[in-house]
Design a protein around this ligand. Sequence first.
Ligand SMILES: Nc1nc2c(ncn2[C@@H]2O[C@H](COP(=O)(O)OP(=O)(O)OP(=O)(O)O)[C@@H](O)[C@H]2O)c(=O)[nH]1
Ligand SMILES: [Mg+2]
Length: 230
Amino acid sequence: VPTFREVDSLPILTERLEALQRDQDLDLEVLVMDDESRDGTREWANEHAPGWLRLVERTENFGLSPAVVDGIALATRPWIVVMDADLSHPPEKIPEMIGALEEGAELVIGSRHVEGSSTDEAWHWLRSVNSRIATWLARPLTTAHDPMSGFLAFRRAVVERATMLDPIGFKIGLELIVKCHIERVGEIPIHFSDRQGGESKLNLKEQLRYLRHLTRLYRYRYGPGRRRRT
Ligand SMILES: Nc1nc2c(ncn2[C@@H]2O[C@H](COP(=O)(O)OP(=O)(O)OP(=O)(O)O)[C@@H](O)[C@H]2O)c(=O)[nH]1
Ligand SMILES: [Mg+2]
């Protein structure tokens, strides 16, 4: 779980993950990958974090995707789930996502754009258009309906196929799909809630970074000397 100033959401996310583990008889290891939030996250973790949740305080190479890459390296379990902390992603969907992995998907997306998905009413039209355009620009890289989603499940072994993961910006899923040569992408519909507390970190600068990331991935897949698996 990458975090930057999510102290409002972490207690609720933790409660929901606790309930999930109890109800589904699951045993999770949760790594909160935090980038010097200085909003009380450290104090909350020291006082309230359960044994299965570990706060990792990052001090360099800040950013959502690098935090996720570091988290993948630290995770010790064979199945890995990446999700936002702000309660946009329902943790209750994790068992279904793991089920799709068991059925053969290499990577499973908690998707906002397949049948059965929904978003909160408040989604501004500009945000919808923005999300659609971003997805359309990624079409040459993947046929997934929601490769922009930050809610992902995959096997560790799949990630080990990549020679190097060096994503910039928010789109870690796209990076994994391209660099890990993923062909079987599963998508599980989710209800995407608006963030419940804290502030958004998605701004114009972040969106321009996405274009740079896309260019790099296009080059990786289609450029001269490409390393695409045959
Ligand atoms: N470690 C780390 N996490 C980050 C960083 N920026 C964002 N995050 C986390 O990544 C997740 C997604 O960020 P959000 O700000 O929710 O981005 P978004 O969902 O596209 O935008 P909103 O819908 O407006 O919330 C959240 O858990 C953030 O706390 C960062 O620089 N470092
Ligand atoms: Mg969010």
